[in-house]
Design a protein. Structure first.
Length: 364
């Protein structure tokens, strides 16, 4: 599916959602934090989650949001996926990337004729969603705020970050304007963009760096600040930057991250400044480690790397771009997932083995 696909306006039927509850499919870190704010703004929200204990806790006690931005609790309805019935106009999909195929097939029969799904996820899940329900019923989003699922019924909102919404073809419609006005209740700095793909691919680059930091037990900021690892992290980011460049995608910066610093022609000074800015941003956040690290170290479960980062490998190969570091990163994360490698700086150092073979490496 081309990111430049244009669809005629009449292929996007729209009706106001005033009487239709918003469905948050995935009531974890992202879905829980956003859904709570929508409820506080007066909107009707239904949560759907596949963790029975979480659904039960929300129904019995409400959803509690903790963290430096304020402690609060909202009352809400929550369902397991198989329990939800009816037809809905707006579904915010906030499950892990690798759960997207199953989730969108469960959601499709519940969509009203004018209904649409917004991918509140990491990666390029808009492509997966559109393959099932159509590009005209798919809306893109980009999120970079800090939040974690703590326990059933409790979400920790650790810090603010980019919140961006946009149609896949770049044409703003009434549905996106309405949803954007709602997201302003969650973050007054939210953005409505005609270039959602520029944000999504920029997050792919940043996401690869986060996966690399999760190979260790050190914080995001501490790893990005280490001079020893900046060359290999730079080469990794440039592999993904080259794939975006090959697709003529104009990358968009966010939260101190300048993706243009990882394009093939970026200077050493430009790249170093981007690292310094990322370190400064992450030191200000109450969330010191990524959700990826938490999946590996705390929840002991599969990460999103196969659905979030790995697809870029095939896209890159399609443009005759080698992806040795991205491939090695995926393999290292799999070894950590299986318990065959620990989360240490020594494990991160294994990524360096292929660095000399990457055409994107530069001497520092």
């Amino acid at each position: 599916m081309s990111v430049a696909t244009l669809v005629e306006e009449d292929m996007y039927p729209y009706q106001p959602q005033a009487l239709s509850p918003i469905v948050i499919w995935g009531a974890g870190a992202i879905g829980g934090a956003i859904g709570a704010s929508l409820i506080e703004s007066g909107r009707s929200v239904i949560f759907v989650d596949n963790v029975a204990e979480h659904v039960e806790a929300i129904n019995l006690h409400g959803l509690r949001i903790t963290g430096p931005l304020g402690e609060r609790k909202v009352q809400a309805q929550a369902y397991l996926p198989q329990q939800l019935e009816g037809f809905y106009n707006c579904v915010l999909l906030a499950v892990k990337s690798h759960h997207t195929p199953d989730a969108i097939h469960q959601i499709a029969p519940l969509l009203a004729p004018e209904g649409y799904v917004v991918s509140m996820q990491n990666g390029l899940n808009e492509r997966v969603i559109a393959d099932v329900i159509g590009v005209e019923r798919t809306v893109g989003a980009f999120l970079n705020f800090g939040a974690d699922f703590i326990e059933p019924g409790v979400i920790h909102h650790g810090g603010r970050g980019a919140v961006v919404l946009g149609e896949l073809d770049g044409i703003t419609r009434p549905r996106t304007e309405e949803l954007y006005s709602l997201l302003l209740n969650f973050d007054s700095s939210a953005i409505l963009t005609p270039n959602i793909w520029g944000f999504l691919w920029a997050k792919m680059i940043y996401g690869a760096l986060l996966f690399a930091t999760a190979l260790t037990d050190d914080s995001i900021a501490d790893v990005l600040a280490m001079p020893k690892f900046r060359p290999v992290l730079t080469a990794l980011a440039r592999e993904l930057g080259a794939v975006a460049h090959a697709q003529s995608i104009v990358l968009q910066g966010f939260d101190g991250f300048d993706p243009s610093a990882f394009l093939p022609d970026a200077t050493k000074e430009h790249t170093s400044q981007s690292f310094d800015d990322m370190v400064a941003h992450n030191r200000r956040s109450a969330k010191s480690h990524s959700g990826i690290w938490r999946d590996l170290a705390v929840r002991k479960r599969q990460t999103e790397i196969d659905a979030q980062i790995a697809p870029a490998i095939d896209i890159g190969i399609g443009f005759n771009l080698p992806m040795p570091l991205t491939t090695r990163l995926v393999n290292l994360i799999h070894l950590v997932e299986r318990g065959e490698l620990p989360q240490t700086l020594e494990t991160l150092a294994l990524l360096e083995i292929n660095e000399a073979g990457s055409p994107y490496a530069k001497s520092f």
